[in-house]
Design a protein around this ligand. Structure first.
Ligand code: COA
Length: 667
């Protein structure tokens, strides 16, 4: 039973906070949580709760939350696991809104029952639970740091939701030294009640949050997450770091937060479908956060590399291919634009090599040219350390151009490679959120992430294509099979379903005897295929129940007799309904389309290279239903074998639109 749930706003913007387990003992978490709230500048009321009463962190401590003569929006619980249920009951009597359970020792160690008891109590009383097994919550809008972090987060525009508490605490420290300002950081831990999707509901419209970063180990309610993530990415970029990718990693995730990691391929594809950027590691995720949160959106796809070194330019070109950054290649335009700043021994082709003798003047001129040029939409500026720049002029050049590009609404990223001078410059720039990297690949990876998000944003449409299917007719066929204790469909049943779904299949019909087999073959036209139809024979070729490429009446008669003989020998008690005669299709490129109900994400569709090597090649990709035509095309383009569909070595292009239609029609 769920009583009315409180507005999620009161978790992030509570008017009053109590800490059950507050302590004067500076070695205890209960002290640090209370101290962080008080010293972090939280303006609401703070109520430390401790059986001894007295004073904690300069605030009056109450022996019980029920003694507090005020409404309590948020309660942080920091007492051992065996006392938590009792504490939650007292919160319920007090009619608190949110309970943030920092304590460990629940589902993650198998203590599932106790966790469920706590959630049931919360649900009956209209409370919501954050955690357990978390570090708490920091929310910038209310200057609330209800965590036991060792330092304070820097205020800013990135929201972090993390399933791992300890990693989250580390992120608080790391974001501070990286000058990655946070609008909030929240830990979801075991997700007994509140999960990422609930928190996103608050963060999507929240003005201060410009970008959301999530660390996930496992997803419980995938369908809800898909819905909320798709809504979130229409408003702001979302970056996800998901661990438990490997088999061993998944086992580790299960014992850490009790999460089931699920199939990584499905997760990966669904994140792409939702427009979520998936980072490989924390560093990459944070680099993207800093760059994307501070970068204008590109107006087009033409990116220009400006470099003083050939090698670094070639590396950036490779990286551009890896991260799908399109390089502008109109040689005539590039020549006209950059000839004035490029010596004869340089190159005006992209990468534009202004050579090792380029100093601040050449960089400024070429960057100005690209900024003003309407066909150049983004710039990656590379620098290898030379004596031509002194430290100060390098810093000034980067800072000034970053400012101009921001004002001109054009994305710009720098990579500076060298010794002390470059490293010091990078450190100074990063303090001011100027995107400079010492590694070319990191710089290009940021530009690639910006493009991916931008492309998703500009191409996304709300309408999911769907065909009108006669669902009751399909259900009737499935019901009949179940009534007959079958968990598979006979060929003719499957074909009927295909027809209802509008999926074109080879012409076929079922013949009950030899005469019918000959008649059907002649109706369909030679060559034909013959297959046994029997509910008792599932693997037809193993039973000798299939004959291919039958060219004439005599071959049909021989095949019919051979199939009857083989199948009876294979299973003497098999009930044979007859044979299916089907058109023999010409060889082509085989694709596989499948659909299933995923335990985490609900209905999902798969497309990939088919045929006998499907298991070995694993060239398949997934999407969640429903999906629109654009997404279906993205899906088809994603498989490695896509070039085969375009036709290789003079082959004709395959009917890709037909494949897309089939996926949409059978949705
Ligand atoms: N109401 C109010 N205060 C209570 C209480 C109750 N029902 N029961 C106990 N307390 C008080 C204790 O008296 C103590 O205060 P004191 O120092 O004045 O004596 C304080 O609460 C803490 O209780 P204590 O028994 O000392 O627990 P602890 O601090 O050793 O451990 C946890 C409590 C929550 C820290 C510990 O059980 C735990 O779960 N640690 C792991 C936390 C974690 O890693 N979380 C995940 C983060 S990523």
């Amino acid at each position: 039973m769920r009583a009315n749930v409180p507005d999620i706003k009161y978790l992030f913007e509570p008017r009053s906070v109590a800490v059950i387990g507050a302590s004067q003992d500076t070695t205890k978490l209960g002290f640090h949580v209370t101290d962080n709230i008080v010293s972090g500048g939280y303006q609401g009321s703070v109520y430390p709760i401790n059986p001894r009463g007295g004073e904690i962190c300069g605030r009056r401590a109450y022996k019980s939350i029920e003694d507090v003569d005020d409404e309590v929006d948020l309660v942080s619980i920091v007492v051992p696991a065996k006392f938590v249920y009792e504490a939650v009951q007292s919160c319920a009597r007090k009619k608190a809104k949110f309970v943030s359970i920092i304590t460990s020792g629940f589902a993650e160690v198998g203590n599932v029952e106790e966790e469920q008891k706590i959630v049931a109590c919360a649900r009956e009383n209209g409370m919501r639970i954050q955690g357990p097994n978390i570090f708490g919550i920091y929310s910038c809008v209310s200057s609330l740091n209800a965590t036991f972090s060792s330092g304070s987060p820097e205020p800013g525009s990135v929201a972090i939701i993390t399933q791992s508490g300890a990693l989250g605490l580390g992120m608080i420290g790391k974001t501070a030294i990286e000058h990655l300002g946070l609008s909030c950081i929240v830990s979801v831990g075991n997700k007994s009640d509140l999960d990422e999707a609930d928190l996103l509901e608050y963060l999507i419209p929240q003005e201060q949050t410009k970008l959301i970063f999530m660390y996930i180990e496992g997803v419980q309610n995938g369908e809800k997450l898909i819905r909320v993530l798709s809504a979130a990415t229409r408003e702001k970029p979302v970056i996800v770091l998901k661990s438990g990718r490997s088999e061993r990693g998944a086992i580790a995730a299960a014992s850490h937060t009790g999460s089931l990691a699920g199939s990584d391929d499905v997760f990966d594809a669904i994140m792409r479908q939702c427009g979520v950027l998936r980072a490989e590691c924390v560093k990459e995720g944070f680099d993207w956060c800093k760059f994307i949160a501070n970068s204008p959106a590109p107006a087009g796809e033409n990116t220009v590399i400006i470099t003083n070194g050939g090698g670094i330019g070639v590396m950036a070109t490779d990286a551009s291919e890896k991260y799908s950054v399109s390089l502008y290649d109109d040689a005539a335009v590039l020549k006209e634009a950059f000839t004035a700043v490029t010596p004869d021994f340089g190159s005006t082709k992209n990468p534009v090599d202004i050579t090792g003798q380029a100093g601040p003047k050449e960089y400024n001129l070429s960057l100005d040219t690209a900024l003003k040029h309407p066909d150049m939409h983004a710039v990656m500026s590379l620098y290898c350390e030379t004596a031509v720049f002194d430290a100060e002029s390098l810093y000034t050049m980067i800072k000034e151009n970053a400012r101009k590009y921001r004002a001109g609404q054009k994305p710009l990223v720098f990579a500076a490679f060298g010794g002390r001078k470059s490293e010091d410059c990078i450190a100074r720039c990063r303090e001011q959120s100027i995107p400079v990297f010492n590694d070319v690949y990191e710089a290009v990876s940021c530009m690639g992430a910006l493009y991916r998000y931008n492309k998703y944003r500009t191409n996304t449409s709300d309408s999911a294509a769907s065909a009108k299917l006669d669902i009751p007719a399909i259900e009737a066929i499935a019901r009949r099979a179940v009534q007959q204790n079958r968990f598979f469909l006979l060929a003719n049943e499957a074909q009927t379903i295909m027809k209802i779904a509008g999926v074109e299949i080879p012409r076929s019909s079922v013949a009950r005897n030899l005469d019918e087999a000959v008649r059907c073959s002649e109706d369909i036209g030679y060559p034909v295929v013959m297959k046994v139809v029997s509910k008792d024979i599932i693997h037809k070729s193993d039973a000798g129940g299939v004959a291919l490429d039958l060219e004439n009446r005599n071959e049909v008669i021989d095949a019919y007799q051979a199939i009857m003989h083989n199948c009876k020998a294979h299973n003497p008690s098999a009930f044979i309904e007859g044979v299916e005669i089907a058109e023999m299709v010409k060889p082509g490129t085989e694709l596989i389309i499948g659909a299933r109900r995923d335990a985490t994400f609900g209905p999902i569709v798969m497309v990939g290279l088919g045929g006998i090597y499907v298991e070995v090649m694993k060239d398949v990709t997934f999407r969640s239903f429903p999906l629109d035509r654009r997404e279906v095309m993205n899906m088809i383009k994603e498989i490695r074998s896509y070039p085969l569909l375009l036709g290789v070595r003079g082959e004709e292009k395959k009917d890709i639109d037909g494949v897309a239609d089939m996926i949409i029609e059978s949705c």
